[in-house]
Design a protein around this ligand. Structure first.
Ligand code: FAD
Length: 645
């Protein structure tokens, strides 16, 4: 097997057989290729332009609320984006700090060039991975099996020049916004997947739709103009500083590459009534906004924002594009009007009265494949060996793409190497929530992650992604290196030892009061309390306990923050765990066949009620396995049936 990295010329590949071919070098494709190679597959990454591998098409940032959890999970499975973020980050902050640590959102502004460089150099040093520049024109598949009509098997790809066919046991398609992509600025439309890049050839859409019979839909998104930094008067915007101590995304990193004092600030400003006037006056010159295609609801264009909420002032963040970049990224000003009107619009915002545009904003519309046609391994159900990941599945965002890419790549490798595919459940990860939502519910608008989508979010925290996923990634999936695995075991064992030591500190309330005189310990609480009970108090830190009991606790100081969070969430997580175990125990409990699911007095979504009414599962276990039924819905159902029995 290859041990040296490869960047080859396409002419050398004809007739080659790979285990896995990954098409597309965006956020999904790079994670997919790296994960497939880590699992042990000879992998080929084919992408239109080698130098755009790892490019950030839109915002120069990574993470955020819900998205940061995905980055931590990709990292726990040994993916690239967390470490790339730590290398390229120039402004780190934890969002949502006023809420509990379960829903904190680690986020960083990135230096675009550094991010790309990191991803490219990681891929170049990944054993078993070869990269080649080219555009895939066609998927090669077998004729349908007569015993299973409509079922195919993928055998490889053909490149755009028609001559090069390359064989593979698995293919992962991660073509992003490029599938039948069209770009929009004002009234001008041109074929393209991203500014400066051609769309995927029509042949690929044809294979998916006509040959494989897959259902596709159309979505859109857009990006703001990039502004010349020197032309902006930043003294008129509000300064926004990063956290003074940057928190790395990766479990493997204790520091970020950027020193705390070298971080760059962001600036906050607001739209004025003039912005709304320019949008309204130019609507007829803006064909992207006039169309019905669904755009990203949670990252809308300025046109959609002012039309939906007239008379309001909207936030605009002015973000650095990199340490040496002369540009600013105006987050919140995604727009598709003609360039001269874009200039008029931005000049209605005080700090940008004299601003110059470097590159105008534009919109893109593209095909996606309805993801309900995929298995939880992200494999097309009707085509053995074909996996899809990223924006092609109807999602939006780098983190959502990276998470799917890693999982699809690992499974593509396992399938090619004749190992069973693996799944992640909603109860163990945000990646599991993301994939379950996609394959069981599908999408009607670009899908992005939120913490509210995860029923068990108090257990699926950014701080414990390593505990939840690294052992599984090593022992069951094979995508985690032994170095990371060993370190995760060391941390897990130390945390367990620390929790045991805290529980062994079993003292009366009055003894605790003597030890920690500054803490108001309530008399109504039990007269005997453990150190772990005490750590649940708002004003008790692990450091305080360690200074009171140095002999048993001081060796665990490196885990002080994790232990505090673990203690605070312990009661919640124990309850979650019990509920999950209860569902597993009660698998065979019968569900009455005459239940009126629509009037059941428990918390169930309309969607869940409809599914239960249509299928009428005979047991709780059968309900659990239905597509679209969440673990929280099963818990509510179980509670109801138990009470009425
Ligand atoms: P991409 O990162 O797009 O990568 C696709 C890759 O596939 C590219 O490298 C391309 O060259 C390659 N490729 C495509 N077809 C072929 C082929 N046939 N053969 C070989 N290679 C091929 N996300 C947000 O969250 N918020 C936003 O506001 C937002 N706005 C966006 C605006 C624009 C204009 C664009 C283009 C994207 C925007 N995004 C936004 C989306 C974000 O860029 C994507 O979610 C993310 O990049 C998806 O990752 P991906 O790997 O699926 O695809």
């Amino acid at each position: 097997s290859h041990t040296k990295p490869h960047l080859v010329h396409v002419g050398h590949l004809t007739g080659h057989q790979y285990d896995v071919i990954v098409v597309g070098g965006g956020h999904a494709g790079t994670e997919a290729a790296a994960a497939a190679a880590r699992v042990g597959a000879e992998t080929l990454l084919i992408t239109q332009k080698i130098h755009t591998i790892g490019a950030l098409s839109c915002n120069p940032s990574l993470g955020g609320v819900g998205k940061g959890q995905l980055v931590k999970e990709v990292d726990a499975l040994d993916g690239l984006c967390g470490r790339a973020g730590d290398w390229a980050g120039i402004h780190f902050s934890i969002l949502n700090r006023r809420k509990g640590p379960a829903v904190w959102g680690p986020r960083a502004q990135l230096d675009r060039q550094r991010y790309r460089d990191f991803i490219q150099s990681e891929l170049l040093s990944t054993p078993r991975l070869t990269m080649v520049e080219g555009s895939v024109e066609e998927l090669l598949v077998t004729e349908p099996n007569p015993e299973e009509p409509g079922h195919h098997r993928v055998t490889g790809i053909r490149l755009a020049n028609g001559s090069h066919a390359i064989s593979a046991r698995s293919v992962v398609l991660t073509t992003g916004t490029f599938l039948s992509g069209s770009l929009f600025v004002g009234q001008t439309t041109s074929p393209g997947g991203r500014i400066g890049d051609a769309p995927s050839s029509a042949g690929l859409s044809h294979t998916l739709r006509e040959r494989l019979g897959l259902r596709t839909g159309r979505l859109r998104t857009g990006t703001p103009p990039r502004i010349v930094k020197d032309s902006v008067d930043l003294s008129l915007a509000k300064l926004h500083l990063p956290d003074s101590h940057p928190t790395p995304f990766s479990f493997l990193n204790t520091h970020t590459h950027c020193k705390p004092e070298e971080q760059l600030p962001c600036y906050l400003t607001f739209t004025t009534p003039g912005v709304e006037r320019v949008v309204r006056e130019s609507l007829q010159l803006n064909c992207h906004i006039q169309q019905d295609t669904k755009g990203p609801r949670y990252c809308p264009s300025i046109e959609s924002r002012v039309l939906r909420f007239p008379g309001r002032s909207h936030q605009v963040w002015l973000e650095p594009e990199g340490v040496t970049s002369d540009l600013l990224y105006p987050q919140g000003l995604s727009m598709t009007m003609p360039p001269d009107i874009q200039l008029r619009l931005i000049r209605e915002i005080p700090p940008m009265r004299r601003a110059e545009i470097h590159t105008p904003g534009y919109g893109v519309q593209y095909d996606f494949v309805c993801p309900t046609q995929l298995s939880p391994a992200l494999q097309v159900k009707s085509t053995q060996g074909l996996f899809l990941a990223g924006q092609i599945n109807g999602t939006t965002g780098y983190e959502e793409a990276a998470a799917q890419g890693l999982w699809a790549g690992a499974n593509a490798a396992r399938s090619a190497l004749s190992m069973p595919t693996v799944t992640l459940s909603r109860t163990e990860s945000y990646i599991g929530v993301l994939i379950d939502d996609l394959v069981s519910r599908g999408v009607t608008e670009p899908y992005r992650m939120f913490t509210s989508r995860a029923e068990f979010r108090t257990s699926l925290r950014p701080d414990n992604a390593d505990l939840r996923l690294t052992p599984k990634g090593f022992e069951e999936v094979g995508c985690v290196s032994s170095v990371r695995y060993q370190e995760s075991l060391r941390v897990r064992n130390s945390l367990q030892d620390a929790l045991t030591a805290l529980q062994a500190l079993f003292l009366s309330t009055s003894s605790w009061k003597k030890k920690l005189p500054s803490v108001p310990i309530s008399e109504t609480k039990s007269t005997l309390l453990t150190g772990l009970d005490l750590l649940q108090y708002n004003d008790v830190t692990f450091e305080m306990l360690a200074s009171a009991f140095p002999e048993s606790l001081s060796s665990f100081m490196e885990f002080a923050q994790r232990l505090k969070i673990e203690a605070v969430y312990k009661p919640h997580c124990d309850l979650n765990k019990k509920e999950i175990e209860r569902i597993q125990r009660e698998e065979n409990m019968s569900l009455p066949q005459d239940i009126d699911y629509f009037s059941l007095p428990v918390s169930l979504s309309d969607e869940v009620r409809e599914i239960l009414d249509r299928v009428r599962p005979s047991t709780l276990g059968a309900a659990t396995r239905l597509e679209g039924i969440t673990p929280a819905a099963v818990v509510n159902l179980l509670n109801y049936v138990r009470v009425t029995e």
